[in-house]
Design a protein around this ligand. Structure first.
Ligand code: TXA
Ligand code: MG
Length: 318
């Protein structure tokens, strides 16, 4: 299908990054790679720029955005870090962890980016291109995943353009995202640490640093964006499939349907499975909508995030 391409697609050399940073500083919409998924970036300090993100994604403006920064110092200028928040930032930044902390008076992140909430979500991503861009931008950059609201998050440049070509100003093409699922989000708004979204950082690793996490009861919506139906392909998704039925396409794990099927990780590696998840879902969904049968994926390690996203992909549509 021909696509209307208003987007300037650039590489990741120093000159390209400088152009992208200039555009962000001028209020533009720039998609860029992070280690988890591609982000749709705009200046988090300017409401008009942030409003363009909500418009491009078709996202409700009560669903707040993560402010991405280059350093822990920049993050502490935006939010108030508890003892636990500081320990987590020290242990895991840069990396696939987002911390929701109380907003600091005088922080630069605008109300619209925080959807008027008392907390601000902050992250220092580990991708060298993202870090270079954030360093050059010298301000927090609001960036949700670079997909239309409710759709599968993009893990490569093509997937970004499939959803957003008409509304982006620029796309920094840094190839495939190595982690493949979004950051783990925890809230540090009181003395405890609450898991809001399982993601690219294994919750066990977090607990090794700060002790037990508070985990909200099954299925509760804790981050405003965690709607049950999300990451939605057009096809129906059948989970925990033990066998393939007539007419179904397979999304296998560890060759449980036997050899020869699209397999998240033939060798049963959950990191590899996370990195392939969204690309394979998009690939299977590109044909006529049918049913995608998904083999069981174990819950250990990154399996928690993979199963969370699969459940949302399979949920009845709102
Ligand atoms: O890996 C990631 O986190 C990617 C990359 C681009 O960094 N970003 C991402 O953003 O996944 P998004 O907007 O698709 O998901 C962010 C989630 C949403 O569910 C949102 O509701 C929640 O974070 N969130 C953001 N700010 C929040 C806040 N102040 N309090 C509670 N939840 C918040
Ligand atoms: Mg998203």
């Amino acid at each position: 299908m021909p696509r209307e391409d208003a987007t300037t697609r650039i590489g990741t050399d120093a000159e390209a990054i400088a152009r992208a940073a200039d555009l962000l500083r001028a209020g533009g919409l720039v998609a860029f790679p992070t280690e988890t998924v591609y982000g749709l970036g705009a200046d988090a300090t300017v409401p008009e720029a942030v409003a363009r993100i909500y418009a491009a994604k078709g996202r409700p403006s009560f669903n707040p955005l993560i402010a991405h920064v280059a350093t822990r110092e920049m993050a502490e200028a935006e939010g108030i870090f508890s003892r636990h928040a500081r320990a987590l930032a020290e242990a895991f930044w840069p990396g696939p962890l987002t911390l929701v902390v109380p907003r600091r008076a005088g922080g630069a992140t605008c109300d619209l980016a925080c959807a008027g909430l008392a907390g601000v979500a902050l992250r220092v991503p580990a991708h060298p291109v993202a870090l270079a861009l954030l360093t050059a931008a010298e301000r927090p950059i609001a960036a949700p995943s670079a997909n239309r609201s409710g759709r599968i998050s993009p893990t490569d440049a093509e997937a970004v353009l499939d959803d957003l070509a008409a509304s982006l100003d620029m796309l920094v093409d840094g190839g495939a995202c190595p982690v493949g699922v979004e950051s783990t989000i925890v809230a540090c708004l009181d003395d405890e640490v609450t898991l809001l979204r399982p993601g690219g950082l294994d919750a066990d690793e977090i607990e090794a640093v700060i002790g037990a996490l508070r985990r909200p009861a099954g299925g509760a919506i804790v981050a405003p964006g965690m709607l049950a139906s999300h990451y939605a392909p057009r096809s129906r998704v059948r989970l925990e499939a033990r066998e393939l039925r007539e007419g179904e396409v397979a999304l296998d794990f560890a060759q449980s349907f036997g050899p020869g099927h699209l397999d998240l990780s033939p060798g049963g590696d959950l990191g590899e499975a996370a990195a392939n998840l969204y690309r394979y879902l998009r690939q299977l969904d590109a044909g006529a909508p049918g049913t995608i049968a998904v083999a069981p994926v174990p819950m250990r390690g990154l399996g928690a995030a993979i199963n969370d996203r699969l459940r949302r992909a399979a949920a009845p549509r709102a």
